[in-house]
Design a binder for this molecule. Sequence first.
Ligand code: URA
Length: 245
Amino acid sequence: MQMDPDKVRKLQQMGLGPVWQRRGQSSGESGGGSAAIALPASESPEEAAYAASVMSMDWAMLEENIRGCGRCGLCQGRTHAVPGVGDRKARWLFVGEGPGRQEDSQGEPFVGPAGKLLDNMLRALALARGANTYIANIVKCRPVGADGRDRPPTADEVAACMPYLARQVDLIRPDVIVALGKTAAVSLLGLPADTSLASLRDKIHHYADLPLIVTYHPAYLLRQPADKAKSWRDLCLAKSLLNGR
Ligand code: URA
């Protein structure tokens, strides 16, 4: 059912975006699963048109577009764009913030120290990189500060990149999404940047119609290993959602 445009506008004014439309109403039908959606509400007609075109891409075209993307300044410093890696029919989708130096140089997400911890977390869940899991990031190119260090992506960089992740979600249609860290969580849930991660844990959220669990970013857990137990609880909550699905 088409959402009442007035209601959509009000939700957006209240900062309760993104607003989702069912696939097939305004985007192409190729690829993806059968049930729902995922087209982020966009700010301009051009952005909406681009987001709609991304929603009709197959995997090959999507990855080609990501690798050749010039929609924000991050493309200028990249060695490789990092579309994502894994099982395209995965039940688990893990979403991080953005590539770091090693990911930029290798073109694969989570290959540095945080990635080693993520691999251990997967193993604890009886998963492995590429086996029933897909790993992606909010932004596909490395955000790097003037000091040469990794930094979080800006809101504009996130907005420019989100259509790609929306399409990845729509193609994979995982049974659960795990948002790793605050950037992933607030970007996927359309929340203010100052939302605390603590306030998002221990709850079942949704991205479009798919359940989403928030946990700590592995890089944070490397600095605060005492919080690994909490993260394990989050992953167990995510796993519990798969039972019976
Ligand atoms: N941190 C992330 O959020 N993503 C990566 O791919 C690597 C580190």
